[in-house]
Design a protein around this ligand. Sequence first.
Ligand SMILES: [Zn+2]
Length: 298
Amino acid sequence: MPVGFQQRAGCPLCGSISNSPLCEIPYHDQRLASFIEQFYQGRVPLESLASGDYRIIACTDCEFIYQDPILNEDGMQALYRSWVNHAQSLQKKQTAKSRLYIQYAGQIHTLSRMFDKRPDQIRVLDFGMGWGYWSRMAQAHGLNVVGYELSAQRVEHAREMGVTVIDDLNLVEDDFDFIYANQVFEHLSNPVQTMQALCQRLKSTGFVNIRVPDGRGVASDLVRRGWNPDLDAIHPLEHINCFTRKTLIELGARAGLKPFSPPLRLSWDSLSGGIRREIVDRWLTTHLYFQSTGIAPD
Ligand SMILES: [Zn+2]
């Protein structure tokens, strides 16, 4: 199957086929083509996209915003194997400022405080772990963490850093206490299916932390100004699902999850930053903690 596009079978969140387009630009359009040429530094054979349109749709029933069509399976493989810049992505992690590690450590402190047990007894899955830096941090805090990742290069790098990586979620012996998925769900063709599959590996007392780009304001921006490359939450080809807090809560609900407020994390030495983060994380953004409702989804 050559690289090309496929239609999605209705809204990826609720299944509805009732929707309204927010933006439609052929991939051969000069502005879009030159953005792709630049962003992927010439690695995308533009003729393979020529038949497709970049379409952003809003579901009329659940308000979910998504791209349709999306790349077909061969296209997705080409995108994540050859088109994305692996070297640059790794270098970004390798040369990250201490702020990134402080942020990871903060998230891991929060998760450790959500359990009344020793860190080695907390089983954590880093789903879509990338190069493995968050997993490595979780490991350094004593947690029993494993990573899962499709990219062979990233898996190899993580293993070299000493992170345990699993290849098949179905072969995992014990279910997880905590599942972390940072910047993953915006990329998935079937987000509900994936969330449900993950939740089957979650203990009934477990928690999930999903972090995706914030799609707040994207719809009105598109209507007002049209597409522009700054709209990262709907990045062409890659960010095929654009969540707001509301639609992210809906994604969790479809997998039997409800939002959970994690313990406060404030300290005197960075009080204003801490308060800002608490407000943003708790009410505004698409960084959400979930727990099981105990009710199996349909
Ligand atoms: Zn919908």
